[in-house]
Design a protein around this ligand. Structure first.
Ligand SMILES: Cc1cc2nc3c(=O)[nH]c(=O)nc-3n(C[C@H](O)[C@H](O)[C@H](O)COP(=O)(O)OP(=O)(O)OC[C@H]3O[C@@H](n4cnc5c(N)ncnc54)[C@H](O)[C@@H]3O)c2cc1C
Length: 505
Protein backbone atom coordinates (compact mmCIF):
# COMPACT_ATOMS: atom_id res chain seq x y z
CA UNK A 1 0.00 0.00 0.00
CA UNK A 2 1.28 3.48 -0.86
CA UNK A 3 1.52 5.88 2.06
CA UNK A 4 -0.22 9.24 1.67
CA UNK A 5 2.16 12.16 1.17
CA UNK A 6 3.36 13.80 4.35
CA UNK A 7 3.07 17.59 4.65
CA UNK A 8 5.02 19.22 7.43
CA UNK A 9 4.04 22.70 8.56
CA UNK A 10 6.24 25.07 10.55
CA UNK A 11 3.98 27.20 12.77
CA UNK A 12 0.41 26.89 14.07
CA UNK A 13 -0.79 30.36 13.04
CA UNK A 14 -4.17 30.59 11.30
CA UNK A 15 -2.53 30.29 7.86
CA UNK A 16 -0.59 27.12 8.71
CA UNK A 17 -3.51 25.49 10.53
CA UNK A 18 -5.92 26.24 7.66
CA UNK A 19 -3.62 24.77 5.01
CA UNK A 20 -2.91 21.78 7.28
CA UNK A 21 -6.59 21.05 7.92
CA UNK A 22 -7.40 21.23 4.19
CA UNK A 23 -4.52 18.92 3.25
CA UNK A 24 -5.56 16.44 5.93
CA UNK A 25 -9.09 16.60 4.59
CA UNK A 26 -7.69 15.89 1.13
CA UNK A 27 -5.83 12.77 2.25
CA UNK A 28 -2.34 13.98 3.19
CA UNK A 29 -0.66 13.09 6.44
CA UNK A 30 -0.08 16.35 8.29
CA UNK A 31 2.28 17.32 11.11
CA UNK A 32 2.35 20.89 12.45
CA UNK A 33 5.29 21.99 14.60
CA UNK A 34 4.70 25.01 16.84
CA UNK A 35 7.29 26.72 19.07
CA UNK A 36 4.84 27.71 21.74
CA UNK A 37 2.42 25.97 24.07
CA UNK A 38 -0.63 27.49 22.38
CA UNK A 39 -1.62 28.08 18.75
CA UNK A 40 -2.63 31.22 16.87
CA UNK A 41 0.54 33.39 16.81
CA UNK A 42 -0.58 36.98 16.13
CA UNK A 43 -4.18 35.75 16.52
CA UNK A 44 -3.51 33.82 19.74
CA UNK A 45 -4.89 34.28 23.25
CA UNK A 46 -2.41 33.97 26.12
CA UNK A 47 -2.81 33.47 29.86
CA UNK A 48 -1.27 35.89 32.37
CA UNK A 49 -2.05 36.26 36.07
CA UNK A 50 -5.62 35.01 35.82
CA UNK A 51 -6.50 36.85 32.61
CA UNK A 52 -6.69 35.62 29.01
CA UNK A 53 -5.49 38.33 26.62
CA UNK A 54 -5.77 38.53 22.84
CA UNK A 55 -2.14 38.95 21.74
CA UNK A 56 -2.80 40.91 18.53
CA UNK A 57 -5.97 40.32 16.51
CA UNK A 58 -9.21 40.91 18.42
CA UNK A 59 -11.92 40.98 15.73
CA UNK A 60 -12.41 38.68 12.78
CA UNK A 61 -14.28 38.97 9.49
CA UNK A 62 -15.04 36.29 6.90
CA UNK A 63 -17.76 34.28 8.70
CA UNK A 64 -20.71 35.46 6.60
CA UNK A 65 -21.84 32.97 3.91
CA UNK A 66 -19.17 32.82 1.19
CA UNK A 67 -16.50 34.37 3.48
CA UNK A 68 -13.19 32.50 3.90
CA UNK A 69 -13.85 31.19 7.43
CA UNK A 70 -17.40 30.17 6.48
CA UNK A 71 -16.16 28.29 3.39
CA UNK A 72 -13.52 26.51 5.47
CA UNK A 73 -16.15 25.50 8.03
CA UNK A 74 -18.34 24.11 5.21
CA UNK A 75 -15.48 22.03 3.81
CA UNK A 76 -14.33 20.70 7.17
CA UNK A 77 -17.74 20.50 8.83
CA UNK A 78 -16.78 22.53 11.88
CA UNK A 79 -18.42 25.31 13.87
CA UNK A 80 -16.68 28.50 14.87
CA UNK A 81 -17.26 29.96 18.35
CA UNK A 82 -18.15 33.43 17.05
CA UNK A 83 -20.91 36.00 17.29
CA UNK A 84 -21.40 38.96 14.93
CA UNK A 85 -20.93 42.45 16.37
CA UNK A 86 -22.77 45.54 15.19
CA UNK A 87 -21.42 48.20 15.44
CA UNK A 88 -18.10 46.72 14.38
CA UNK A 89 -16.15 49.51 16.05
CA UNK A 90 -16.29 53.25 16.76
CA UNK A 91 -13.74 55.69 15.32
CA UNK A 92 -12.91 58.72 17.50
CA UNK A 93 -11.66 61.59 15.33
CA UNK A 94 -9.27 64.37 16.45
CA UNK A 95 -12.12 66.93 16.34
CA UNK A 96 -14.00 64.98 19.02
CA UNK A 97 -16.57 63.32 16.75
CA UNK A 98 -17.24 59.60 17.00
CA UNK A 99 -18.02 57.75 13.73
CA UNK A 100 -19.76 54.43 14.23
CA UNK A 101 -18.75 51.68 11.84
CA UNK A 102 -22.18 50.05 11.54
CA UNK A 103 -22.38 46.63 9.93
CA UNK A 104 -25.89 47.44 8.74
CA UNK A 105 -25.51 49.19 5.32
CA UNK A 106 -28.46 51.59 5.85
CA UNK A 107 -27.19 52.71 9.23
CA UNK A 108 -23.70 53.12 7.78
CA UNK A 109 -25.03 55.24 4.91
CA UNK A 110 -26.85 57.50 7.35
CA UNK A 111 -23.66 57.73 9.42
CA UNK A 112 -21.33 58.86 6.61
CA UNK A 113 -24.00 61.16 5.14
CA UNK A 114 -24.10 62.99 8.45
CA UNK A 115 -20.35 62.95 9.16
CA UNK A 116 -18.97 63.45 5.64
CA UNK A 117 -21.81 64.79 3.45
CA UNK A 118 -19.53 65.60 0.48
CA UNK A 119 -18.34 62.02 -0.03
CA UNK A 120 -21.30 60.29 -1.73
CA UNK A 121 -19.51 59.67 -5.03
CA UNK A 122 -16.50 58.14 -3.21
CA UNK A 123 -18.68 55.68 -1.29
CA UNK A 124 -20.51 54.70 -4.49
CA UNK A 125 -17.18 53.86 -6.17
CA UNK A 126 -15.85 52.16 -3.05
CA UNK A 127 -18.92 49.91 -2.81
CA UNK A 128 -18.72 48.97 -6.49
CA UNK A 129 -15.00 48.12 -6.26
CA UNK A 130 -15.49 46.23 -3.00
CA UNK A 131 -18.21 44.13 -4.64
CA UNK A 132 -15.82 43.22 -7.45
CA UNK A 133 -13.01 42.35 -4.99
CA UNK A 134 -15.23 40.22 -2.74
CA UNK A 135 -16.75 38.50 -5.76
CA UNK A 136 -13.30 37.53 -7.05
CA UNK A 137 -12.17 36.36 -3.62
CA UNK A 138 -15.16 34.03 -3.36
CA UNK A 139 -13.59 31.83 -6.09
CA UNK A 140 -10.11 30.26 -6.33
CA UNK A 141 -7.94 33.20 -7.41
CA UNK A 142 -4.23 32.36 -7.11
CA UNK A 143 -2.83 35.88 -7.20
CA UNK A 144 -0.06 36.60 -8.10
CA UNK A 145 0.08 33.73 -10.61
CA UNK A 146 3.13 31.46 -10.26
CA UNK A 147 2.34 28.86 -12.94
CA UNK A 148 0.38 28.50 -16.20
CA UNK A 149 -2.24 26.64 -14.16
CA UNK A 150 -2.63 29.67 -11.86
CA UNK A 151 -3.16 31.86 -14.93
CA UNK A 152 -5.83 29.47 -16.19
CA UNK A 153 -7.58 29.47 -12.77
CA UNK A 154 -7.51 33.27 -12.67
CA UNK A 155 -8.93 33.48 -16.19
CA UNK A 156 -11.78 31.18 -15.16
CA UNK A 157 -12.53 33.34 -12.12
CA UNK A 158 -13.05 36.51 -14.16
CA UNK A 159 -16.59 37.67 -14.90
CA UNK A 160 -17.91 40.56 -17.03
CA UNK A 161 -18.34 42.64 -13.87
CA UNK A 162 -14.61 42.20 -13.11
CA UNK A 163 -14.00 44.60 -16.01
CA UNK A 164 -15.31 47.42 -13.81
CA UNK A 165 -12.03 47.14 -11.88
CA UNK A 166 -9.80 47.73 -14.90
CA UNK A 167 -9.67 51.57 -14.69
CA UNK A 168 -8.60 51.25 -11.04
CA UNK A 169 -5.78 48.72 -11.47
CA UNK A 170 -3.10 51.37 -10.97
CA UNK A 171 -4.97 53.74 -8.66
CA UNK A 172 -4.90 54.33 -4.94
CA UNK A 173 -7.75 55.05 -2.54
CA UNK A 174 -6.36 58.57 -2.08
CA UNK A 175 -6.79 59.32 -5.79
CA UNK A 176 -10.40 58.10 -5.72
CA UNK A 177 -11.27 59.87 -2.46
CA UNK A 178 -9.79 63.28 -3.18
CA UNK A 179 -11.66 65.75 -0.93
CA UNK A 180 -10.36 68.68 1.06
CA UNK A 181 -11.78 67.44 4.38
CA UNK A 182 -8.88 66.58 6.73
CA UNK A 183 -11.17 64.63 9.09
CA UNK A 184 -12.38 62.43 6.23
CA UNK A 185 -8.76 61.82 5.24
CA UNK A 186 -7.90 60.96 8.87
CA UNK A 187 -10.86 58.58 8.99
CA UNK A 188 -9.82 56.78 5.78
CA UNK A 189 -6.16 56.64 6.83
CA UNK A 190 -7.09 55.12 10.18
CA UNK A 191 -9.22 52.39 8.57
CA UNK A 192 -6.67 51.55 5.90
CA UNK A 193 -3.72 51.43 8.26
CA UNK A 194 -5.36 48.65 10.27
CA UNK A 195 -6.74 46.79 7.24
CA UNK A 196 -4.16 47.36 4.46
CA UNK A 197 -1.05 48.34 6.48
CA UNK A 198 -0.81 51.68 4.69
CA UNK A 199 -2.75 54.93 4.38
CA UNK A 200 -5.06 56.26 1.64
CA UNK A 201 -2.41 57.86 -0.60
CA UNK A 202 -0.64 54.51 -0.99
CA UNK A 203 -3.39 51.89 -0.47
CA UNK A 204 -4.38 50.15 -3.69
CA UNK A 205 -7.89 51.18 -4.77
CA UNK A 206 -9.29 47.64 -5.14
CA UNK A 207 -7.70 46.20 -2.01
CA UNK A 208 -8.47 49.35 -0.03
CA UNK A 209 -12.12 49.34 -1.13
CA UNK A 210 -12.53 45.79 0.13
CA UNK A 211 -10.74 46.74 3.36
CA UNK A 212 -13.05 49.72 3.92
CA UNK A 213 -16.00 47.38 3.47
CA UNK A 214 -14.98 44.96 6.24
CA UNK A 215 -17.58 46.15 8.79
CA UNK A 216 -20.38 45.69 6.20
CA UNK A 217 -19.18 42.15 5.36
CA UNK A 218 -19.64 41.14 8.97
CA UNK A 219 -17.21 41.38 11.87
CA UNK A 220 -17.21 38.83 14.67
CA UNK A 221 -16.18 38.57 18.25
CA UNK A 222 -14.67 35.20 19.17
CA UNK A 223 -16.00 33.66 22.36
CA UNK A 224 -13.25 32.97 24.87
CA UNK A 225 -10.76 35.11 22.91
CA UNK A 226 -9.52 35.10 19.31
CA UNK A 227 -7.24 32.13 20.06
CA UNK A 228 -10.37 29.95 20.04
CA UNK A 229 -10.24 30.08 16.20
CA UNK A 230 -6.81 28.45 16.13
CA UNK A 231 -7.80 26.04 18.91
CA UNK A 232 -10.88 24.97 16.90
CA UNK A 233 -8.57 24.10 14.00
CA UNK A 234 -6.10 22.26 16.27
CA UNK A 235 -8.96 20.19 17.73
CA UNK A 236 -10.28 19.38 14.24
CA UNK A 237 -6.82 18.38 12.96
CA UNK A 238 -6.17 16.12 15.94
CA UNK A 239 -9.64 14.57 15.77
CA UNK A 240 -8.99 13.69 12.12
CA UNK A 241 -5.62 12.02 12.63
CA UNK A 242 -3.27 14.98 12.10
CA UNK A 243 -0.54 15.98 14.53
CA UNK A 244 -0.05 19.38 16.14
CA UNK A 245 3.07 19.33 18.31
CA UNK A 246 3.78 22.22 20.69
CA UNK A 247 7.19 23.27 22.11
CA UNK A 248 8.76 22.22 18.80
CA UNK A 249 10.66 25.22 17.48
CA UNK A 250 12.16 24.50 14.07
CA UNK A 251 15.78 25.66 13.89
CA UNK A 252 16.81 24.35 10.47
CA UNK A 253 15.39 23.18 7.17
CA UNK A 254 17.33 20.49 5.32
CA UNK A 255 17.36 20.39 1.53
CA UNK A 256 18.64 17.87 -0.97
CA UNK A 257 18.89 18.43 -4.73
CA UNK A 258 16.71 21.51 -4.58
CA UNK A 259 13.95 19.96 -2.45
CA UNK A 260 13.15 20.44 1.22
CA UNK A 261 13.51 17.04 2.85
CA UNK A 262 13.34 17.50 6.62
CA UNK A 263 13.41 19.96 9.50
CA UNK A 264 15.35 19.90 12.76
CA UNK A 265 13.80 21.26 15.97
CA UNK A 266 15.40 22.88 18.99
CA UNK A 267 15.04 19.56 20.82
CA UNK A 268 17.21 17.96 18.15
CA UNK A 269 14.34 16.00 16.61
CA UNK A 270 14.25 15.50 12.85
CA UNK A 271 10.97 15.40 10.92
CA UNK A 272 10.93 14.24 7.29
CA UNK A 273 8.52 15.72 4.76
CA UNK A 274 7.29 15.25 1.22
CA UNK A 275 6.02 18.84 1.21
CA UNK A 276 6.90 21.66 3.61
CA UNK A 277 4.86 24.75 4.46
CA UNK A 278 6.42 27.65 6.35
CA UNK A 279 3.87 29.74 8.28
CA UNK A 280 6.59 32.37 8.52
CA UNK A 281 7.79 35.65 7.08
CA UNK A 282 10.32 35.48 4.20
CA UNK A 283 13.03 36.66 6.62
CA UNK A 284 12.34 33.80 9.04
CA UNK A 285 12.28 31.25 6.22
CA UNK A 286 15.58 32.56 4.88
CA UNK A 287 17.14 32.17 8.36
CA UNK A 288 15.97 28.55 8.64
CA UNK A 289 17.35 27.68 5.19
CA UNK A 290 20.72 29.32 5.91
CA UNK A 291 23.18 28.66 3.09
CA UNK A 292 20.60 26.52 1.30
CA UNK A 293 18.34 29.54 0.80
CA UNK A 294 17.64 30.09 -2.93
CA UNK A 295 19.28 33.22 -4.38
CA UNK A 296 15.82 34.64 -5.13
CA UNK A 297 14.81 34.48 -1.46
CA UNK A 298 18.14 35.88 -0.28
CA UNK A 299 17.75 38.83 -2.63
CA UNK A 300 14.16 39.37 -1.55
CA UNK A 301 14.97 39.65 2.15
CA UNK A 302 17.94 41.93 1.44
CA UNK A 303 15.79 44.21 -0.73
CA UNK A 304 12.56 44.49 1.26
CA UNK A 305 11.92 47.33 3.68
CA UNK A 306 10.95 46.16 7.17
CA UNK A 307 7.19 46.03 7.69
CA UNK A 308 5.32 47.51 10.66
CA UNK A 309 5.64 46.29 14.22
CA UNK A 310 3.07 46.67 16.99
CA UNK A 311 3.19 48.19 20.44
CA UNK A 312 0.47 46.64 22.61
CA UNK A 313 -0.93 47.04 26.09
CA UNK A 314 -2.79 44.23 27.81
CA UNK A 315 -5.04 45.53 30.59
CA UNK A 316 -6.81 43.58 33.33
CA UNK A 317 -9.80 45.77 34.28
CA UNK A 318 -12.16 46.21 37.19
CA UNK A 319 -15.44 46.04 35.21
CA UNK A 320 -17.37 48.09 37.77
CA UNK A 321 -15.13 51.11 37.12
CA UNK A 322 -15.75 51.15 33.37
CA UNK A 323 -18.43 53.39 31.82
CA UNK A 324 -21.31 51.81 29.90
CA UNK A 325 -20.13 51.27 26.31
CA UNK A 326 -22.26 50.61 23.22
CA UNK A 327 -19.28 48.95 21.49
CA UNK A 328 -16.34 46.96 22.85
CA UNK A 329 -14.07 48.08 20.00
CA UNK A 330 -12.76 51.61 19.47
CA UNK A 331 -10.18 53.34 17.33
CA UNK A 332 -8.75 56.69 18.41
CA UNK A 333 -6.98 59.06 16.03
CA UNK A 334 -5.32 61.73 18.14
CA UNK A 335 -3.83 64.32 15.78
CA UNK A 336 -4.57 64.43 12.05
CA UNK A 337 -1.56 66.66 11.33
CA UNK A 338 0.89 63.94 12.40
CA UNK A 339 1.48 60.51 10.78
CA UNK A 340 -0.64 57.71 12.21
CA UNK A 341 0.86 54.93 14.32
CA UNK A 342 3.36 55.44 17.18
CA UNK A 343 0.50 56.10 19.59
CA UNK A 344 -1.18 58.67 17.32
CA UNK A 345 -3.74 56.01 16.30
CA UNK A 346 -4.76 53.32 18.77
CA UNK A 347 -7.14 50.36 18.49
CA UNK A 348 -8.83 49.27 21.71
CA UNK A 349 -10.76 46.01 22.19
CA UNK A 350 -12.50 44.91 25.37
CA UNK A 351 -13.58 41.39 26.22
CA UNK A 352 -17.34 40.87 26.50
CA UNK A 353 -18.98 41.97 29.72
CA UNK A 354 -19.44 38.92 31.97
CA UNK A 355 -17.28 36.59 29.81
CA UNK A 356 -15.91 34.41 32.62
CA UNK A 357 -13.42 32.75 30.26
CA UNK A 358 -11.31 35.92 30.05
CA UNK A 359 -10.64 36.64 33.72
CA UNK A 360 -11.92 36.49 37.31
CA UNK A 361 -15.55 37.48 38.05
CA UNK A 362 -16.10 41.25 37.89
CA UNK A 363 -13.20 41.84 35.48
CA UNK A 364 -12.72 42.45 31.78
CA UNK A 365 -9.60 42.50 29.62
CA UNK A 366 -8.49 44.98 26.98
CA UNK A 367 -5.93 44.84 24.20
CA UNK A 368 -4.66 48.23 22.98
CA UNK A 369 -2.41 48.40 19.92
CA UNK A 370 -0.65 50.92 17.73
CA UNK A 371 1.56 50.52 14.67
CA UNK A 372 5.23 51.19 15.41
CA UNK A 373 8.48 51.12 13.41
CA UNK A 374 10.54 48.16 14.62
CA UNK A 375 14.04 49.65 14.22
CA UNK A 376 14.14 52.09 17.18
CA UNK A 377 13.16 49.35 19.65
CA UNK A 378 15.93 47.05 18.43
CA UNK A 379 18.49 49.84 18.33
CA UNK A 380 17.97 50.32 22.07
CA UNK A 381 18.03 46.55 22.65
CA UNK A 382 21.15 45.99 20.59
CA UNK A 383 22.95 48.91 22.22
CA UNK A 384 22.19 47.05 25.46
CA UNK A 385 20.56 50.23 26.66
CA UNK A 386 17.97 48.63 28.92
CA UNK A 387 17.01 51.83 30.72
CA UNK A 388 16.37 53.72 27.44
CA UNK A 389 14.36 50.75 26.14
CA UNK A 390 12.26 50.69 29.32
CA UNK A 391 11.80 54.47 29.23
CA UNK A 392 10.54 54.26 25.65
CA UNK A 393 8.18 51.46 26.67
CA UNK A 394 6.88 53.58 29.55
CA UNK A 395 6.39 56.58 27.23
CA UNK A 396 4.36 54.48 24.78
CA UNK A 397 2.33 53.04 27.64
CA UNK A 398 1.36 56.54 28.83
CA UNK A 399 0.62 57.68 25.25
CA UNK A 400 -1.68 54.73 24.56
CA UNK A 401 -3.52 55.09 27.85
CA UNK A 402 -4.04 58.83 27.23
CA UNK A 403 -5.40 58.13 23.72
CA UNK A 404 -7.69 55.38 25.00
CA UNK A 405 -9.14 57.74 27.63
CA UNK A 406 -10.66 59.77 24.77
CA UNK A 407 -12.83 56.78 23.85
CA UNK A 408 -13.26 55.16 27.26
CA UNK A 409 -12.99 57.70 30.10
CA UNK A 410 -11.74 56.02 33.28
CA UNK A 411 -10.02 53.14 31.47
CA UNK A 412 -6.59 53.81 32.99
CA UNK A 413 -8.09 54.08 36.51
CA UNK A 414 -9.95 50.80 36.01
CA UNK A 415 -6.74 48.91 35.16
CA UNK A 416 -5.51 46.55 37.87
CA UNK A 417 -2.88 45.05 35.58
CA UNK A 418 -0.98 46.64 32.68
CA UNK A 419 1.37 44.55 30.55
CA UNK A 420 3.17 46.17 27.61
CA UNK A 421 4.31 44.37 24.42
CA UNK A 422 6.92 45.78 22.02
CA UNK A 423 8.31 44.43 18.74
CA UNK A 424 10.89 42.65 20.93
CA UNK A 425 8.04 40.84 22.69
CA UNK A 426 6.35 39.96 19.37
CA UNK A 427 9.62 38.59 17.96
CA UNK A 428 9.88 36.25 20.95
CA UNK A 429 6.26 35.09 21.03
CA UNK A 430 5.50 34.82 17.31
CA UNK A 431 8.94 33.93 15.95
CA UNK A 432 8.64 36.82 13.49
CA UNK A 433 12.09 38.46 12.97
CA UNK A 434 12.28 41.97 14.50
CA UNK A 435 8.64 41.54 15.58
CA UNK A 436 7.42 42.55 12.11
CA UNK A 437 3.69 41.81 12.03
CA UNK A 438 0.70 42.27 9.74
CA UNK A 439 2.33 41.43 6.41
CA UNK A 440 3.21 43.79 3.56
CA UNK A 441 1.47 47.10 2.88
CA UNK A 442 -1.04 46.56 0.05
CA UNK A 443 0.09 49.30 -2.29
CA UNK A 444 0.05 47.51 -5.66
CA UNK A 445 -1.47 44.29 -6.95
CA UNK A 446 1.61 43.87 -9.10
CA UNK A 447 3.97 43.88 -6.11
CA UNK A 448 1.93 41.25 -4.22
CA UNK A 449 3.88 38.26 -2.95
CA UNK A 450 2.80 34.72 -3.71
CA UNK A 451 3.66 31.53 -1.79
CA UNK A 452 6.60 30.41 -3.99
CA UNK A 453 10.03 30.17 -2.35
CA UNK A 454 12.32 29.01 -5.16
CA UNK A 455 12.23 25.45 -3.72
CA UNK A 456 9.67 23.26 -5.48
CA UNK A 457 8.11 21.53 -2.48
CA UNK A 458 8.37 24.45 -0.03
CA UNK A 459 5.72 27.18 0.23
CA UNK A 460 5.15 30.21 2.43
CA UNK A 461 1.75 30.56 4.06
CA UNK A 462 0.44 33.32 6.32
CA UNK A 463 0.16 37.08 6.09
CA UNK A 464 3.32 37.56 4.01
CA UNK A 465 1.51 36.15 0.97
CA UNK A 466 -1.38 37.77 -0.87
CA UNK A 467 -4.00 38.78 0.24
CA UNK A 468 -1.99 39.35 3.41
CA UNK A 469 -3.02 40.22 6.92
CA UNK A 470 -6.09 39.24 8.96
CA UNK A 471 -7.43 35.85 9.93
CA UNK A 472 -9.69 35.94 6.84
CA UNK A 473 -6.79 36.96 4.57
CA UNK A 474 -4.47 34.19 5.77
CA UNK A 475 -7.33 31.70 5.45
CA UNK A 476 -7.65 32.60 1.74
CA UNK A 477 -3.86 32.26 1.44
CA UNK A 478 -4.00 28.88 3.23
CA UNK A 479 -6.63 27.65 0.75
CA UNK A 480 -4.46 28.69 -2.17
CA UNK A 481 -1.37 26.98 -0.74
CA UNK A 482 -3.25 23.74 0.06
CA UNK A 483 -4.42 23.65 -3.56
CA UNK A 484 -0.85 24.25 -4.81
CA UNK A 485 0.50 21.40 -2.63
CA UNK A 486 -2.14 19.01 -3.94
CA UNK A 487 -1.47 19.98 -7.55
CA UNK A 488 2.29 19.56 -7.07
CA UNK A 489 1.96 16.22 -5.30
CA UNK A 490 -0.13 14.85 -8.17
CA UNK A 491 2.42 16.14 -10.69
CA UNK A 492 5.52 14.88 -8.95
CA UNK A 493 4.30 11.37 -8.17
CA UNK A 494 1.45 9.88 -10.09
CA UNK A 495 1.27 7.07 -7.53
CA UNK A 496 0.09 9.48 -4.86
CA UNK A 497 -3.64 9.24 -4.41
CA UNK A 498 -5.65 11.84 -6.30
CA UNK A 499 -7.45 13.99 -3.78
CA UNK A 500 -10.33 16.40 -4.13
CA UNK A 501 -9.22 20.04 -4.13
CA UNK A 502 -10.21 22.00 -1.02
CA UNK A 503 -10.84 25.21 -2.87
CA UNK A 504 -13.19 23.70 -5.41
CA UNK A 505 -10.52 23.71 -8.12
C1 LIG B 1 -1.53 44.02 17.08
C2 LIG B 1 -2.23 43.26 15.99
C3 LIG B 1 -3.60 43.43 15.80
C4 LIG B 1 -4.26 42.72 14.80
N1 LIG B 1 -5.61 42.85 14.69
C5 LIG B 1 -6.28 42.05 13.83
C6 LIG B 1 -7.68 41.97 13.88
O1 LIG B 1 -8.34 42.61 14.72
N2 LIG B 1 -8.32 41.14 13.00
C7 LIG B 1 -7.62 40.36 12.12
O2 LIG B 1 -8.24 39.60 11.36
N3 LIG B 1 -6.26 40.39 12.07
C8 LIG B 1 -5.59 41.20 12.91
N4 LIG B 1 -4.23 41.18 12.93
C9 LIG B 1 -3.51 40.40 11.92
C10 LIG B 1 -3.58 38.88 12.15
O3 LIG B 1 -3.41 38.59 13.51
C11 LIG B 1 -2.48 38.19 11.35
O4 LIG B 1 -2.45 38.67 10.01
C12 LIG B 1 -2.65 36.69 11.29
O5 LIG B 1 -3.05 36.15 12.53
C13 LIG B 1 -1.30 36.09 10.88
O6 LIG B 1 -1.42 34.69 10.74
P1 LIG B 1 -0.24 33.83 10.16
O7 LIG B 1 -0.85 32.62 9.54
O8 LIG B 1 0.64 34.67 9.29
O9 LIG B 1 0.56 33.30 11.41
P2 LIG B 1 1.31 33.99 12.66
O10 LIG B 1 0.30 34.67 13.47
O11 LIG B 1 2.54 34.69 12.25
O12 LIG B 1 1.73 32.67 13.46
C14 LIG B 1 2.87 31.91 13.10
C15 LIG B 1 3.06 30.81 14.13
O13 LIG B 1 4.28 30.14 13.81
C16 LIG B 1 5.01 29.89 14.99
N5 LIG B 1 6.43 29.82 14.62
C17 LIG B 1 7.19 30.85 14.15
N6 LIG B 1 8.45 30.40 13.93
C18 LIG B 1 8.46 29.08 14.25
C19 LIG B 1 9.48 28.07 14.23
N7 LIG B 1 10.74 28.34 13.84
N8 LIG B 1 9.15 26.81 14.61
C20 LIG B 1 7.87 26.52 15.02
N9 LIG B 1 6.89 27.44 15.08
C21 LIG B 1 7.19 28.71 14.70
C22 LIG B 1 4.69 31.05 15.89
O14 LIG B 1 4.92 30.73 17.26
C23 LIG B 1 3.21 31.30 15.57
O15 LIG B 1 2.37 30.55 16.40
C24 LIG B 1 -3.53 41.86 13.94
C25 LIG B 1 -2.15 41.68 14.12
C26 LIG B 1 -1.51 42.35 15.14
C27 LIG B 1 -0.04 42.10 15.35
Amino acid sequence: MIAAPHTLIIGAGIGGLTAGALLLHAGHRVTILESHVYPGGSAGTFYHKGFRFDAGATLAGGFAPGGPHARLADILGLEWPVRPVDPAWVVHLPDGRAITQWADPQQWQAEWQTAFPQTASFWRTQERLADVSWDISSRPFPWPPESPRDLWTIAQALRPRTLQALPYLFRTIGSVAATGDPMFKAFLDGQLLIAAQTTADDAHALYGSAALDLPRRGVNHVQGGIGALAQTLVDWIRAHGGEVLFRQRVTQIETNQGRATAVITQKGQRFRADALLANLTPWALNDLLGEQSPMRLQKEVARREPTWGAFTLYLGLDAARLPHLASGHHQVIVDHTRPLGEGNSVFISLSDEGDGRRGPAGTRTATLSTHTAVAPWWQLRQADNESAYLARRERYTETLLAAAEKAIPGLAQAATLCLPGTPVTFAYYTGRPLGMVGGFPQTSLFKARGPGTGIDNLWLVGDSIFPGQSTAGVTLGGMRVATAVLQASRRSNSLWPAAPSPAGD
